[in-house]
Unconditional design. Structure first.
Length: 130
């Protein structure tokens, strides 16, 4: 039967090592890095560009962004349940993540500046269908 690590006295040294286990533990603890200051986000990071129709492609699906960000470089953080799109240091869109293929996820508020300018656009606007 083998011994558990906790059963070995700290004063014991292993073959081929001049330091005892206790001394090696102290040097290992000194070499460890501290925890990061910022919280770790468990997500997929993708840099991309918004299209002329204010859509961002992420994992074969298109997500809308406000029309003011068309043709801008954006950053997508893909979480399990949510896709968060940012430009520079600002979050510009949040969408529930879709795992379908070739899906288009719209937020009608993203297109309101354009819809307000066109007469009768509310009847034909794709983001408002359904």
């Amino acid at each position: 039967m083998s011994k558990a690590w906790s059963d070995i006295p700290a004063a014991t040294s292993w073959r081929g090592h001049s330091q005892t286990i206790g001394q090696r533990l102290v040097s290992d603890i000194d070499a460890l890095m501290g925890l990061p200051v910022a919280e770790y986000e468990a997500c997929d990071h993708v840099s991309t560009r918004a299209t002329s129709i204010s859509m961002v492609r992420y994992r074969s699906n298109d997500y809308s962004v406000p029309v003011a960000y068309a043709h801008h470089d954006v950053h997508v953080r893909g979480f399990v349940h949510e896709a968060i799109i940012g430009c520079d240091f600002e979050v510009i869109a949040r969408h529930q993540r879709s795992y379908a293929k070739a899906d288009m996820i719209f937020d009608p508020l993203h297109f309101m500046p354009l819809i307000e300018q066109k007469v009768g656009a509310l009847d034909q606007a794709t983001p408002l269908q359904g």
